[in-house]
Each structure stands twice: as C-alpha cells, then as structure tokens.
Design a protein around this ligand. Sequence first.
Ligand code: HEC
Length: 84
Amino acid sequence: MKVFLLAMFSAVLCVSCGSEPKTPADELFLSKCSRCHGSQLALEKKKTYEQWLDTIKRMENFGLEISGGERKSIAKYLVEKKKN
Ligand code: HEC
C-alpha cells in the first residue's frame, strides 16, 4: 500500500515533467517578450545578434521596459535558440 501511494504521489508531481526545464534566460525572455504578443513570434524568427538588438529597441518604442544588460542577454538567447 505504501509503495502504491508513493507511486501515485510521484505521478502527480510529474505532470510537468514532459516540458523542458526553464533556465533563467528562458524566464527573462518570457517575462519581457510575451506580454504584447506570443513568445513564438520571436522564437520562429532567425536574426543576427545586431538585428535582435534593433528589434528589441523597436519593442521599446511600443512600451517594453528593459535594461541594457537584459537587452543583450535576450539578443544572445535568441541567436543561440536558432543554432540548433
Ligand atoms: C510593449 C509591447 C511589446 C513588447 C513587450 C514586445 N513586443 Fe515585439 N512586437 C510588438 C508589436 C506591436 C509588434 C508588431 C509591430 C512591428 O513588428 O513593428 C511586435 C513584433 C515583434 C516581432 C515581429 C517583427 C520582427 O521584427 O521580426 C518580433 C520578432 C518581436 N516583436 C520580438 C520581440 C521580443 C524579442 C521582445 C522582448 C525583448 C518583444 N518583442 C517584446 C510589441 C511588443
């Protein structure tokens, strides 16, 4: 019975096991870039690092609030995402 309960418990805990674990970079990107449109809009685009910096600056005209360091992290993150 104990084993059965334990199995049930881990099955419940494992509801989110299918999705990949989120890194701090994922969290930053999602928190900054999925407010006005889906994150998919950015994830499906392929741009260079400089193009991403320009795109993110354009997003700031729409009202995005972001620091210089965060802008660079997200640009780097999006370039890396398209490498695989
Ligand atoms: C304040 C609202 C807002 C936020 C926050 C925002 N965007 Fe946007 N984004 C827009 C609007 C509005 C458009 C459509 C108009 C356009 O493309 O100029 C857009 C379009 C886009 C596009 C498609 C056009 C293109 O240049 O390829 C991409 C990619 C994009 N956003 C990426 C991002 C990324 C990356 C972030 C986070 C750093 C972000 N957005 C955050 C408002 C926002």
